[in-house]
Design a protein around this ligand. Sequence first.
Ligand SMILES: Nc1ncnc2c1ncn2[C@@H]1O[C@H](COP(=O)(O)OP(=O)(O)OP(=O)(O)O)[C@@H](O)[C@H]1O
Length: 641
Amino acid sequence: MSDTTQAEKHGFQTEVKQLLQLMIHSLYSNKEIFLRELVSNASDAADKLRFKALENDALLETDADLHVRVSVNKDANTITISDNGIGMTRDEVMTNLGTIAKSGTKEFISQLSGDQSKDSRLIGQFGVGFYSAFIVADNVTVRTRAAGADKAHGVEWKSAGDGEFTVADIEKTARGTDIILHLKDEAKEFADEWKLRQIINTYSDHLSIPVQMYKEPTPESEGPDGETVPATPGEWETINSGQALWTRDKSEISDDEYKEFYKTVAHDFDEPLLWSHNKVEGKHEYTSLLYVPKRAPWDLWNRDSQKGIKLYVQRVFIMDDAEQFMPTYLRFVKGLIDSNDLPLNVSREILQDNRISRSMRSASTKKVLSMLSKLAKNEPEEYAQFWDNFGQVLKEGPAEDQGNVEKIASLLRFASSHGDSAEQRVSLDDYIARMADNQDKIYYIVADSYAAAKNNPALEIFRKKGIEVLLLSDRIDEWLMSHLHDYNEKSFQSVTRGDLDLGDMDDEASKKAHEETEKAFEGTVERFTKALGEQVKSVRVTHRLTDSPACIVTDENDMSTQMAKLMEAAGQKVPETKYIFELNPEHALVQRIAEEQDEQRFADWAELLLQQATLAERGSLKDPGSYVRKLNQMMLDLTNR
Ligand SMILES: Nc1ncnc2c1ncn2[C@@H]1O[C@H](COP(=O)(O)OP(=O)(O)OP(=O)(O)O)[C@@H](O)[C@H]1O
């Protein structure tokens, strides 16, 4: 009997073809994950129907008992995963099983290198979902009917995973989806009930939807003591414990169970770095189970990427990607929140302006921050690993979450002049513990790279006096520092901004000596001011340099170099900032130039010093060509002397 209309042939989206190839190649040692992915999709489909049926119970038809069933046909060499969930319409089949809708898929695929272990991790983080069927199957058939659709509107999708698929209309009496996998020769081991049971027990035990396998009938038999053992009918037997993991008591859940659960909620192959499971009672009642992954997902940089929190209300799945429960700077956190107080028909709009969701968000944020603080304190090496993966995202925190600035600041890690490594390992508490008694500020510099920060002339005096400076060079750092004002009652001070005041750290004698040199240099400062004219905001003598003749700094209230660069890179028009040009009166070159009588030669030298200082601070010059020409001309003059 043919209940199938003419099948229409379609090609997969290019990205699907590429992903399929790479996936089959790199996941062959992780074959069994296909079952976790397909059972988890089936269970999601049942969850979605349960939620929709709250408003329209007609969708359940005569079959309200939601389940997922897994069966094997050894003769045909197939495995079937069936659910009576929400099903799919023809259009949904075309998009869900023919394209990848995630944004950034192209970039993701371009990151794959062909190195099997690296790729399998990346693919794991990306989430292969349905397509993982092709790891074990050489032919996949999907037969589906959407809840509420007539049985004549079933759809059959077939593919050998080789670039094409067919779609046909079929009649399907039972609502939901059957996925039939025809196993490849090298995956025949999966046509085994016990093996499948074992995999389901490992991966899917915590699902709240029953996962069932068929138990064959047994005939009446004789027991060991001659008694009669009655016949048992064949039946679908539920093989998972069927209790949502997070509803169980913490003390009864093993670490392995938490880890396996993470893999399903987060679609990650790797284990989580840490987690926190909380039952909150009192004004609001809810349970949260929050995980921090070991590695950054491939699209961490996309601030609009999916957030990892699922929302349940009284154990009913409501939505994925519930962005209301976690601030953007903690977007790497995965897990779920199950509320007892929100209404079942809650929508994203309601969540946005809701006292209950605000309070859950604030408590979950605090939970994550304190879980990280504990890790930082007790397992510094693991924390360093966390920091290398997620530190840059955490740096968005002070701007986004003013209420928790102090806590976030305590989690930040920096490179510093105290050590000799670009690794970011120094905390603000470490810095403060090393501060001299009379130091009242936390000094830092922001530059394009670690080397540029470390070698900036403005650090010279700090090095000489043994004062530690934090060396910042991530793109986000300037933004971060504009939102960090103080920590533990110590204010932050950029070493390249404003007048340098080392406060009590300068003794009276050297302060007096500085004043005297400044007086003696007044004439020279004036000559420089005249020679440089409009190019600078002002010229002054500095004591922040020891080895360099000059530097440029921004005025306290002007935009810093790095902030201007960030804004320029973002395509914004930035008003030109004029720098303050600072001269080191102790430097031999400055002293020689001060003696130069020829005003033209003096002006050339002044220009050269300014351009040099600009190069050290900005990393580039507006007109490098004339700088090089001038430099060559002056070198030539010197050799001719
Ligand atoms: N058994 C099913 N019943 C109904 N819809 C399904 C079923 N399996 C898959 N789908 C649909 O196909 C879509 C794509 O599935 P796939 O597993 O590839 O990705 P996903 O589940 O959205 O993402 P991920 O697995 O990374 O979370 C799903 O979002 C869902 O809409």
